[in-house]
Design a protein around this ligand. Structure first.
Ligand SMILES: C[S@@+](CC[C@H](N)C(=O)[O-])C[C@H]1O[C@@H](n2cnc3c(N)ncnc32)[C@H](O)[C@@H]1O
Length: 333
């Protein structure tokens, strides 16, 4: 990857302070194209890796991206829209729309997208009927009434893909949104079911629904990423995210025994303790190393898939299979 000489480290330091310290409603902080360009090459790349994770999971789930107008709301430099189009293909996007309260951001995102996809229609603003609504890393900047306005747009879209940082606060807000909308829309992901969120059950207060996207190997070798991590005090190896995918259409069915792992398994000498979610709730399950040495090692090394198919006896995992869509034994609709 080449890095433009226009990247400005002071811009990045200032943006980092805004992201860490501001409370909603956050005043517009994009002051120049340099800000957006510096952001696009750094923070937005990390966000793009989170979108890759979400899109790969949707693919694994057998989710069918609806064809139509794709809107990137609160677009910043426009990484969510580009990540989405890269995954689903330009043929699924009738047009890509960029909306942000900052005119600088809108202009930057549109220019980048037009450069990347010369044959795709790219517009500024919001279409009458959004087909796919993309929302990325905006919750921390919105006042409650702005979230309400946004939810009205969510209800008009065929599908909404919403990605936020994997913090307790962002996760619980997404869960609250899911609770409000789950009878009107289908929760496609991260949930494998449409019941009340199990995180909200008594006793689960310490937990939140978060996941970890992998970062590419170059973050460990490229001096640019080394400087970014050091100067801005950002752990590049850990990409925590919370996300929510809602759809007017029923979610793809999942095989019986499907579970979603929440957070990271805790590894002890004799066993791994794994927090997992299915329609019956969110709870810890035990995987004994002696009986399942290979899956145990995968969990230990961090190379596990967040959705799997298990057999269980109470809270003991007795068998693990990789997740596959297309064998619909149990409906989640
Ligand atoms: C942290 S940035 C994220 C940008 C981009 N979505 C991404 O994931 O890289 C948040 C964006 O939300 C925009 N924003 C904040 N409040 C907004 C509002 N009320 N309406 C539209 N955009 C808003 C900001 O201008 C900024 O571009």
């Amino acid at each position: 990857m080449t890095h433009s000489p226009e990247l400005n480290w002071q811009s990045l330091q200032r943006l980092r302070r805004v992201f860490l310290e501001s409370r909603p409603p956050v005043p517009d902080y994009w002051s120049s194209e340099t800000d957006l360009h510096s952001y696009d090459l750094t923070f937005a790349q990390r966000i793009g890796w989170k979108w890759d994770y979400v899109m790969e999971e949707l693919h694994l789930r057998g989710w069918d991206p609806p064809r139509g107008d794709v809107v990137d709301w609160g677009c910043g430099s426009g990484v969510a829209g580009r990540a989405y189009v890269d995954h689903v293909g330009q043929a699924r996007a009738r047009a890509l729309w960029y909306w942000d309260r900052s005119p600088l951001a809108r202009t930057y995102a549109i220019r980048r997208a037009r450069e990347k996809y010369p044959s795709l229609e790219v517009h500024e603003g919001l279409p009458e009927h959004p087909t796919v609504l993309l929302i990325s890393h905006v919750l921390g900047e919105l006042a409650p009434d702005q979230v309400e306005d946004l939810l009205r747009l969510v209800l008009r879209a065929t599908a909404t893909l919403w990605v936020e940082p994997g913090t307790y606060e962002a996760s619980l807000t997404l869960i609250a949104i899911r609770e409000r909308l789950r009878h009107r829309l289908h929760a496609v992901a991260p949930c494998l079911h449409r019941e009340r969120c199990g995180i909200l059950a008594p006793g689960n207060e310490p937990h939140w629904c978060h996941h970890f996207a992998p970062s590419p190997p170059e973050v460990h070798t490229d001096p640019f990423w080394g400087r970014f991590g050091r100067d801005l005090n950002i752990d590049l190896t850990s990409l925590p995210l919370s996300f929510l995918v809602l759809d007017q259409r029923p979610a793809p069915q999942v095989p019986y025994g499907s579970v979603r792992i929440v957070g990271r398994p805790r590894i002890y000498k004799p066993e791994a303790l794994i927090l997992a979610c299915d329609a019956t709730g969110v709870r810890d399950y035990h995987l004994h190393r002696r009986h399942h040495p290979r899956p145990y090692q995968c969990f230990k090394k961090g190379s596990w898939s967040p959705i799997q198919i298990w057999r269980r006896q109470n809270d003991l995992i007795t068998e693990i299979q990789p997740f596959h869509s297309g064998s619909p034994i149990q409906s989640v609709a």
